[in-house]
Ligand binder design. Structure first.
Ligand code: AMP
Length: 188
């Protein structure tokens, strides 16, 4: 299974993705986590942090090798769940190309929809729990704007391929997960 999760920051992508990864037995690939894992004091880490800390997207020359190197690992050969990637139409095109060269394709795109009013509260709560530097009010609004202008068009790209499943992310985590499983089942 090759599945993409798309939703604004705070929509619950990380939570749902890791539940689905456990359930399907395929890896959870979070570009945000992989970028945050870059040593903050290294030259590369400093460049990465300069984007993350202000809520801007890291450039493709940093993101794409991280993704393609991870996809080359043995546990990713039967599929993987993408969390936070692709975040632009260009990244979606690069991913399609990468998969096509290996006779693979995205099976489903799960769009987690959440009321924008709910997002801010969730993100501020996460800031306290996870001590994320980019979960402050100013950076959150920059990230929501980046989502609206750069990531939401990715949905149009995948809608054109007919594989987007709309999921109501305003429900409890259990109900969201139930809807994800039901949606995926209906596509078999
Ligand atoms: P996330 O944990 O997915 O919310 O990502 C946190 C931050 O990492 C984002 O605000 C971006 O700065 C960066 N990031 C994560 N994924 C990507 C991506 N696919 N392309 C560019 N930047 C990314």
């Amino acid at each position: 299974m090759w599945i993409v999760f798309i939703g604004p920051p705070g929509a619950g992508k990380g939570t749902q993705c890791s539940r689905l990864a456990d359930s399907l037995g395929v890896p959870h690939l979070s570009t945000g986590d992989m970028l945050r894992d870059t040593e903050r004091d290294s030259p590369l880490g400093k460049v990465v942090a300069s984007y993350i800390d202000v809520g801007r997207l890291a450039p493709d020359y940093l993101v794409m090798p991280i993704v393609t190197n991870r996809l080359a690992e043995s546990d990713c050969q039967a599929g993987c769940l993408f969390d936070g990637f692709p975040r632009t139409v260009h990244q979606a095109e690069l991913l399609s190309e990468f998969l096509m060269q290996r006779q693979r394709r995205i099976d489903a795109v799960l769009h987690l929809q959440v009321d924008p009013e709910v997002l801010l509260g969730r993100l501020l709560k996460r800031a306290v729990l996870q001590n994320r530097k980019d979960d402050n009010e100013e950076t959150i609004s920059a990230r929501l704007e980046v989502y609206r202008t750069q990531t939401a068009p990715v949905l149009q790209y995948y809608r054109g391929q007919g594989n987007v499943l709309e999921i109501d992310g305003d429900q409890s985590a259990d109900l969201v997960f139930h809807d994800i499983l039901t949606g995926l089942e209906s596509r078999k």
